[in-house]
Ligand binder design. Sequence first.
Ligand code: CDP
Ligand code: MG
Length: 701
Amino acid sequence: MAQFWKPGTEKPRLVEDEDGGVIFLSSSYSSSSSGYGYVSIEKQRQRLPVYKYRTAILYLVESHATTIVVGETGSGKTTQIPQFLKEAGWADSGRVIACTQPRRLAVQAVASRVAEEMGVKLGEEVGYTIRFEDISNPDLTRIKFLTDGVLLREMMDDPLLTKYSVIMVDEAHERSISTDIVLGLLKKIQKRRPELRLIISSATIEAKSMSNFFLSSKRRQALEGEELRPRLEPAILSVEVFSLGRGFNVQIHYVEDPVRDYVQAAVSTVLLINDKEPPGDILVFLTGQDDIDAAIKLLTEEARSNGKNSSGLIILPLYSGLTRAEQDLIFSPTPKGKRKVVISTNIAETSLTLEGIVYVVDSGFSKQRFYNPISDIENLVVAPISKASARQRAGRAGRLRPGMCYRLYTEEYFLNEMSVQGIPEIQRSNLVSCVIQLKALGIDNILGFDWPASPSPESMIRALEVLFSLGVLDDDAKLTSPVGFQVAEIPLEPMIAKMILSSNELGCSDEIITIAAVLSIQSIWFSARGAQKELDEAKLRFAAAEGDHVTFLNIYKGFLQSGRSSKWCHKNFINYHAMKKVMEIREQLKRIALRLGIVLKSCETDMQLVRKAVTAGFFANACRLEAYSHGGMYKTIRGSQEVYIHPSSVLFRVNPKCVIYHSLVSTDRQYMRNVISIDPSWLTEVAPHFYQQQRHNPTIH
Ligand code: CDP
Ligand code: MG
């Protein structure tokens, strides 16, 4: 397929000059570097732009409560700043330096890189914690990487986070929901712990709005017209201006006409680059595992049929849930004569830097969470990215030498239609988890909480309503005892937590804990690259009439019976690594359950109990079959929204009358993923308040 590329007129710089107040780091290696080759780790460290600012950063951290560091991706913020801090003594006398990331994969990758740079074993001096995986040691770990979600959890046990001397909130520009909550809480903690140091670091943060957030309004007034005296000011920002470094230019190309299929267009563009352009790795931005797998399949096929030139391609996926070995491949240098093609979600936009990328292909989309408080529906949508993201993506090409970025959208679209900035996640999320966490931390006035960006009152009210119906909050919107506290204690979404608690009463906790473990990983199926039919057949072998949740139980049983065999998994299109992860998570959930006094009990074959427990947690996601048209059209019982069973579900085309889903994804329609059939009368039983309106409605009985 021919592509007609049009060179862009956008200035290929990534970030507009700031007019002061911020440390700005460029991402290119310093000019003294001798190119990309084998150099010692220490040399590599010294070549990173952040190295030049070591003293300045340490000075600012010493003299300010909060330091904001803005620097391009790859300048060394994440891997170097924690090491600088440690070298300067911030981890002496048992104290710990924390660095948060929004993404789990990034936590693992940077922690292992830093351990390698320091020549220590991961999990000792340098460790990390993500949900269900703690590779740190309370006695030894001095630098700890963790997700911002885990930091929130840690606050439940230690509200002032006393073991940390410095907390670096990284990737703040992503504005993930947990980052925003963490920032709001850290601001509170700072008042109680003046010795605590915060570093907020990011690639594109509007540094001014962040520093304003950390300045109380009173102080803002006091400072107006007055020069800032850093040493005397107890809490606030760094204000130093450094010379602006410059990355390599990235030449931008746009498509002449809008593309219809971005996966196909991305694949054609990769082949075009491979044909026409000199060596250099290619980074492709798509949206998620589905389209990445589809692209890999297509690319492999087309490369094969294309013949000679394509044998040098090493095609690799990059999304969360990769195994350690798969991650290592991404970071390992490309062998001579080969060209790496990494096909990634937006994790490679700023969280991870891959060396050797010269070409970027940008689909213009990413998967984003959207929540509508009116319909009370949250789903993952493939949505257009912002200009800020587009610039970040392009910037990934200019690390080693001048690069090229191929945007699979038109220049007119970029200039006139793309939004300037993304919307903070907190303003487009269901707030159920967020509210319960704040409640558990004793923050009662949630509407009055000091948010970096305020969520909508409607979303708040919806969340309070669901939590009330779950029996987690009482009439005064306080956590109930014991249910509310127990739900808050379980590190899973409140609906799953409630499902686990109910299973204890119903006598099916053994089964429900397995289901909860499976629901916490992305998928236990092996992605069917080109083998959809075989995958469907494999699914049929386990399919349960009740739905996906019960199917998971069949798979789990089969896996145990096989002696946890990887061969068995392979034969049945089940992802062995995912199953191992399920076993691990299950063990941890078992421990947590035990702590909460839940006795593991199996209901043997009585699946009605399992379905009831699911209903007790997920009643809010109940849907009723409306029509058999289009393969079965459902409507949510509460909000009357049109939804369909996802083709990956075992209930696809089976269409039971009443179902409950675990999550929604939206493509051409809203699809329910992980679906189980229920008896509608259970809804009023488990959530009378929630379904009050419908109580007299004969259709749900
Ligand atoms: O945080 P920032 O984007 O500013 O940079 P960084 O993540 O600290 O990356 C600094 C350098 O470490 C880059 O050259 C990365 O390629 C390298 N790095 C790596 O080789 N392997 C990792 N797992 C993480 C970073
Ligand atoms: Mg970073």
